[in-house]
Design a protein around this ligand. Structure first.
Ligand code: 13P
Length: 250
C-alpha cells in the first residue's frame, strides 16, 4: 500500500523570512492527514523551515544537492549539510535543472546514490518536452531517463513525472495522459528492480497541479501524489490540494 505524498517545491521563491511565514501557515492549517507532506524551500530557507516543521509531521526537502560530501566545490551544498538540517528528501533531476543547468541523468544517478548513502530519499524527476510528446516519443524518453537516473539504486526512491510542457504553464496533463505515463514508469521500475519494488515505489505527478484538478489526477491508479510548484506558495491552496478528499466530498 503506497502512502500518498504531496511535496511543495518552492523553487527560487521566498526569502527565509517569507518561507517561515509560509511554513507556519501550512503547518497551522493542516489537519492530521493520512499523507506524507514535504516542504522544499530554497537552501537559504531550509534552517528556518526546519525549526517550524520539526515538531510536526511535515517533512523537509531540498531542491538539488552535490554528490560530494564536502570539499572545494564552491557554491555547492552537500548531503551531509542537508541531513544535519533535517532534510529527509531531495529533488533530483528537476526539468529546470536538466534544461537550464545541463544536469544529466548520469549526474542525477550519482547524486541519488549519495543521497541514499546519507539517509536522504531522492525524488527523481523525469518528463518529456512538448516536442517529444508530439512526435510520439514521450514514453521512450521517460523510460531512458528512469533507467539512466535510477539503475542500481537499492533504497527507497520517489519518482516524479513532470511533463515539461505542463510546468508553470497552467496546462495540466489529462488524468489519462498521467496514468499512461505512470503505469509505464512502474513497468520500467519492475524491469529495473522487481515487481515488489515497482509496486512499493511512489510516483508523483507534477505540472500545474491546483486545488481544482488534483482530485481527477489522484483518482488514477498509478498516481500516488503530487509535486507542486506555484500552488505550494499559497498555504490555503497547498493545504486544499493535500486535503483534496475532504474538499471534494464537502
Ligand atoms: P507548477 O506546479 O508551478 O506547474 O510546477 C511544477 C513543478 O515543477 C514542481 O516541481
Amino acid at each position: 500500500m503506497r502512502r500518498e505524498m504531496f511535496a511543495g517545491n518552492w523553487k527560487m521563491n521566498t526569502t527565509h523570512v517569507e518561507g517561515s511565514v509560509l511554513a507556519e501557515g501550512i503547518v497551522s492549517r493542516l489537519s492530521t492527514s493520512g499523507s506524507d507532506v514535504v516542504l522544499i524551500p530554497p537552501f537559504t530557507g531550509i534552517e528556518s523551515v526546519s525549526n517550524i516543521v520539526h515538531s510536526s509531521s511535515v517533512a523537509l526537502g531540498a531542491q538539488t544537492m552535490s554528490a560530494q560530501d564536502g570539499g572545494a566545490f564552491t557554491g555547492e551544498i552537500s548531503p551531509v549539510m542537508l541531513k544535519s538540517l533535517g532534510c529527509d528528501y531531495v529533488v533530483l533531476g528537476h526539468s529546470e535543472r536538466r534544461s537550464l543547468f545541463g544536469e544529466t541523468s548520469a549526474q542525477v544517478l550519482e547524486k541519488a546514490v549519495a543521497a541514499v548513502a546519507h539517509g536522504i530519499t531522492p525524488i527523481v524527476c523525469v518528463g518529456e518536452t512538448l516536442e517529444e510528446r508530439e512526435s510520439g516519443q514521450a514514453l521512450a524518453v521517460i523510460e531512458t531517463q528512469v533507467r539512466e537516473s535510477m539503475v542500481g539504486l537499492t533504497q527507497e526512491v520517489v519518482v516524479a513525472y513532470e511533463p515539461v510542457w505542463a510546468i508553470g504553464t497552467g496546462k495540466v496533463a489529462t488524468p489519462e495522459q498521467a496514468q499512461e505515463v505512470h503505469a509505464s514508469i512502474r513497468s520500467v521500475l519492475s524491469d529495473l528492480f522487481s515487481v515488489v519494488v515497482a509496486e512499493d515505489t511512489r510516483i508523483l505527478y507534477g505540472g500545474s497541479v491546483k486545488p481544482d484538478n488534483v482530485a481527477s489526477i489522484m483518482a488514477q491508479a498509478d498516481v500516488d501524489g503530487a509535486l507542486i510548484g506555484g500552488a505550494s506558495l499559497n498555504a490555503d491552496a497547498f493545504v486544499s490540494i493535500i486535503e483534496y478528499n475532504k474538499t471534494s466530498t464537502e
